[in-house]
Ligand binder design. Sequence first.
Ligand SMILES: [Zn+2]
Length: 179
Amino acid sequence: MDFSNLNAFEWCSWIPNKCNIFGWRAEMGRIPTASALRKRNIQIADSLCVLCESAEENVDHLFSGCIFASRLWQHISTWCKVPNIFVFSFKDLLDLHNFVGLSGKKKEIFYGLMIIVCWCIWRARNSFKFQNKKARMEGIIGEVKVLGFLWAKSRAKLHNSLDQFKTFTIAESEHPVSE
Ligand SMILES: [Zn+2]
């Protein structure tokens, strides 16, 4: 196994391992997109992105360049009250939390959400490709908010309600440490 890129991916403590592992593999181009399969000489009939059908499917397209992903990121930026998200690569997405003016718990939550969104895009892509279930923008947004809330509640000591989370209201801590 090649561990040379291991340090490039920043593990997020409050999302499940399956999401972190997905993010880590995606960053290395190790998820089975059409482009990745082709590079491994696996014959595939159709290499177009199933979400837009207008470009070859690879990691950077699927999560940043695709019109479906771009519209999803617009929703996420509005929800999290950060500047519009324009990214050109998967790596850009993973770095974004450092450049959107967030700090503390909000920043930590935002970073995890970026990975959850990509994980949900990948699942929607798989459902469409293998079960012919059409990807719905509203469905993915709903899923991101509910999963994000449940995981943040149990693993990031989130003290807010789901309704508050849905407006990205996130309290720093119930018992702030005084300095
Ligand atoms: Zn696309």
